[in-house]
Design a protein. Structure first.
Length: 409
């Protein structure tokens, strides 16, 4: 018969009956009581704060799933190099996953895993529309997708063709602008410093937009053309002199009379000798959007209009909808980054006012002639949105911004 193990001294008191009587010597009940007591005692013996003990300690905190939100982007079309898309987003995850596809929720184009930096540049993007979203990552855990954005990548050559020559698929019917001399770049002669004079009635917000846009001219043209603010003067402003651009605020009646337009928010008068700009005048309606002055100054440095393709962020300052409407929603109050980069590339290649489309084509800046069609002018109640008149040895081109979108059909 197997001997019964001795009861430990520290456990013996618990096995006694009340009144000092010993428990019965029956092995099974005694062992059962011992196990029952140990089961109640062990948790207290095995857990101690800070010692990594067992199940009696505090519960581990639940870790939040990594997340990302607020996905946004900007695009810069690059000649012969695709489009550069810079994504940015919000989040606190240690890493992220950017997914890009040809349809909503798809990732059939690319998947990029990044570190904690909340931005990513996608280079050499092919022409087309793409859908993108970002997810937070932590180890093997990938969080829910952020908002999804539509990214529009365009051919930089078509962008240049529209903005400089009024041609191609991004200069569809409704584009109110054409170069005064067909197939020649408009602008100021290199070495010119144009002086911008602002009327005293122009609101401060507009004046700030004018100043900020004027400051972009020098960097955009690689220093070939400069612009300065020549102070503010009371209206009516005098006719601009050589090298001057005046910008004034006028009444609706004056816009109708001077812009020859019943539903315009602004118009610009540009005096030319051949394709070289000599001077300019801008008339703004008080109800014009804050982005309109930048657009008018775009005309003043030789830019035309362009279709703001789907997924282009920020929208082109000189942009229209596909059917020729000017909708200022989302427009910047300065020249957009893609347009500035385009001008830098052109002036950096030695192109300027008077350069021909053939020279642009030889440099690879525009598609071949056979791929670039001219588009018809838009008419507004029987009047074109630009007109030409003679002023001595200068030709004056009047360009208008229609404020009523229904007139752009």
């Amino acid at each position: 018969m197997r001997a019964m193990a001795a009861t430990p001294a520290w456990l013996a008191p618990a096995l006694r009956r009340p009144g000092g009587q010993k428990a019965r010597s029956s092995r099974r009940p005694s062992r059962l009581r011992s196990l029952t007591f140990l089961a109640t005692l062990l948790p207290a013996l095995t857990w101690w704060p800070g010692c990594g003990g067992g199940g009696g300690g505090p519960a581990e905190p639940t870790q939040a799933a990594p997340f990302a939100s607020g996905l946004d982007f900007t695009i810069t079309p690059m000649v012969n190099n695709g489009t550069a898309v810079v994504f940015s987003w919000n989040g606190t995850a240690p890493a992220y996953r950017l997914e890009i596809g040809t349809s909503p929720s798809a990732s059939d184009i690319a998947t990029f895993d990044t570190d904690a930096t909340r931005s990513f540049t996608w280079s050499r993007v092919p022409v087309g529309n793409f859908y993108a979203r970002v997810r937070g990552r932590q180890g093997a855990t990938v969080g829910a997708g952020s908002n999804e954005v539509l990214v529009g990548s365009i051919d930089a050559r078509q962008m240049i063709d529209a903005l400089i020559f009024g041609r191609g698929p991004l200069a569809v019917a409704g584009n109110s602008w054409f170069p005064f001399v067909p197939d020649q770049m408009e602008g100021w002669q290199p070495g010119t410093t144009l002086r911008v004079i602002v009327g005293q009635s122009v609101p401060d917000a507009f004046a700030t937009a004018i100043q900020n846009t004027a400051q972009q001219v020098g960097p955009a043209t690689q220093g070939a053309v400069q612009a300065s603010i020549g102070g503010r003067q009371p209206e009516p402003l005098p006719s601009p002199g050589p090298g001057e651009v005046t910008i004034g605020m006028v009444s609706a009646q004056d816009v109708t009379a001077q812009c020859e337009c019943d539903n315009c928010s602004a118009c610009s008068w540009i005096w030319f000798r051949s394709s070289s700009i000599q001077r300019g005048k801008v008339l703004l309606l008080a109800a014009a959007a804050q982005s309109v002055p930048a657009r008018e100054l775009g005309f003043m440095i030789g830019l035309g209009e362009i279709i703001s393709a789907a997924g282009v962020r920020p929208p082109f300052t000189m942009g229209l909808t596909a059917d020729g409407k000017y909708l200022p929603s989302g427009q910047l109050a300065v020249l957009d980054p893609a347009t500035v980069r385009m001008l830098q590339a052109l002036y950096g290649a030695g192109l300027s006012a008077g350069s021909t489309r053939a020279e642009f084509e030889a440099a690879g800046f525009v598609p071949p002639e056979s791929e670039s069609a001219m588009v018809p002018a838009m008419f507004m109640r029987g009047r074109p949105t630009h007109s030409v008149r003679q002023d001595g040895d200068e030709s004056v081109v009047i360009r208008r911004i229609v404020s009523d979108p229904s007139l752009s059909h």
